[in-house]
Design a binder for this molecule. Structure first.
Ligand code: CMC
Length: 428
């Protein structure tokens, strides 16, 4: 017998089942509440609302735990590869050697994008933000693969759409960057692995050799793993909600890219570096910026700090902070911005305002420092987050479809005018 919660409204008591997850997380199931009582629940920003039951990612914000399909993020970041993690998220199990080889080979086969996509790219002004370009190009895949429009086709067809997407997004991302700087696009090099191929498409220039530095490729692979999924965050919820209308995978992911772009979500990595550069330019006084972050009349926030779910520490930030030290050390880079970041963290972790509100560095606080060190330009930071998050979005979209979830459609409490007589324009 499942536990029951009771809700008393006036004289009436409503019995609501309590659902328990595999990690003993509990939720009150209110799905029948409106039918029985006429009441809805109100929770702006869904701070306390579970939108689904999911078997993909487990996160305990109080204890700083993050696991994909039961595997600790620390283990995956250290011992796995991005494509292995992508397979794990999407199909639920770690692949064996044969399955991984075939998955990798399928993705490698599809890295090329249709030449006509180049004409779409040509239509964007150079200097276009690559996130906007990427979202548009992903959406354009619906035109090149019209069969993908119907997500109800066979599992094999859906799988092909998934593999095409994983293969083509790095090419599109690198081409969006080349467009931004006005350089010719590089074609994929299928002799290279996923991450190295992306780096070559980003950085190779005509008539010059480009050898991928393994330190850089490994650092990037680790960053992608750390971003690969994060349960029901803003962009993932967007992907699931858009997909719940039976929109295609490509349309759903294009919407997710838009949601990730904002500075309160994935766009924070770009905002962090811009903030740190601003502090450096202004003399490096971290206390001045701490005061601004605490001043409620000042819109300034300490970017890369705070998280909706993590209230102790963000395990991804812990791994990334160490990786930032390692990578800069191996590449022989001394970045003054890293020192400013560490100084800010030190002051913030001792500051009452930040301690009381449980605000810690999040995944975006140090990731930008690694991106900078490996040569990724600031405008591409959120695109890098997109590359990492792609398998998570796909896994969540696929789970939502397989669970036959209903269309996402929240309710509201109306606070506008009551019925008002219409007055013709000439009498207003
Ligand atoms: N700097 C200063 N004050 C902050 C910050 C910050 N970075 N973050 C939260 N607060 C304060 C906020 O003003 C509020 O104070 P009070 O209780 O006095 O009104 C309190 O802390 C709670 O904040 P909130 O905005 O209600 O919390 P939330 O859960 O709605 O927002 C957040 C979470 C991540 C949007 C927010 O912490 C933030 O804006 N951080 C900066 C942006 C950032 O780094 N985003 C990346 C998140 S991690 C990547 C991802 O997965 O998206």
């Amino acid at each position: 017998m499942s536990e029951i919660a009771e809700l008393k409204v006036g004289d009436k008591v409503y019995k609501l089942p309590i659902i328990t997850g595999t990690e003993d997380e509990k939720a009150i199931d209110i799905s029948k509440l409106r039918g029985e009582s006429g009441l809805i629940t109100l929770d702006p920003g869904f701070k306390n609302t579970g939108s689904t039951k999911s078997a993909i990612t487990f996160l305990d914000g109080e204890k700083g735990i993050l696991r994909y399909r039961g595997y600790a993020i620390e283990d995956l970041a250290e011992k796995s590869t991005f494509l292995e993690v992508a397979y794990l998220l999407i199909y639920g199990e770690l692949p064996n050697k044969t399955t991984l080889d075939s998955f990798t080979s399928d993705i490698t086969k599809h890295t090329l994008i249709h030449e006509d996509i180049k004409s779409i790219l040509d239509g964007f002004p150079s200097n276009s933000h690559p996130m906007g370009v990427l979202s548009s190009l992903v959406s354009s895949l619906t035109a090149f693969y019209p069969e993908s429009l119907d997500p109800n086709r066979s599992a094999k067809d859906v799988d092909l759409s998934i593999r095409r997407l994983l293969a083509k997004v790095p090419t599109m991302a690198a081409w969006a960057y080349k467009n931004e700087i006005g350089h010719p696009a590089n074609y994929p090099d299928n002799k290279l692995n996923y991450t190295s191929n992306f780096l070559k498409m980003m950085f190779a220039v005509p008539a010059e050799d480009y050898d991928v530095d393994p330190v850089i490729a490994n650092a990037l692979d680790k960053l992608l793993i750390l971003h690969a999924d994060h349960e029901q965050n803003c962009s993932t919820s967007t992907v699931r909600v858009v997909g719940s209308s039976h929109a295609s995978l490509y349309a759903s992911i294009a919407a997710g890219i838009g949601a990730l772009w904002g500075p309160l979500h994935g766009g924070a990595n770009q905002a962090v570096i811009e903030m740190l550069e601003g502090i450096k330019k202004d003399g490096g006084d971290v206390n001045k910026y701490m005061a601004k972050a605490k001043d409620k009349d000042d819109p300034f926030r300490l970017m890369g700090f705070g998280h909706r779910v993590y209230k102790n520490f963000d395990p991804r930030a812990k791994i990334i902070k160490k990786a930032a030290d390692d990578v800069l050390d191996k590449l022989g880079i001394n970045d003054p911005i890293l020192e400013i970041a560490k100084g800010l963290e030190e002051v913030a972790l001792k500051d009452d305002y930040f301690v009381e509100r449980k605000l810690y560095p999040n995944v975006d606080f140090y990731s930008g420092i690694i991106y900078r060190a490996i040569g990724i330009p600031t405008s591409m930071f959120t695109v890098m987050f997109t590359l990492g998050r792609l398998p998570g979005w796909i896994a969540q979209w696929k789970e939502m479809r397989e669970n036959k979830e209903p269309i996402g459609r929240p309710r509201q409490v109306y606070t506008g005018k009551n019925l008002t007589d219409f007055v013709p324009v000439e009498k207003r």
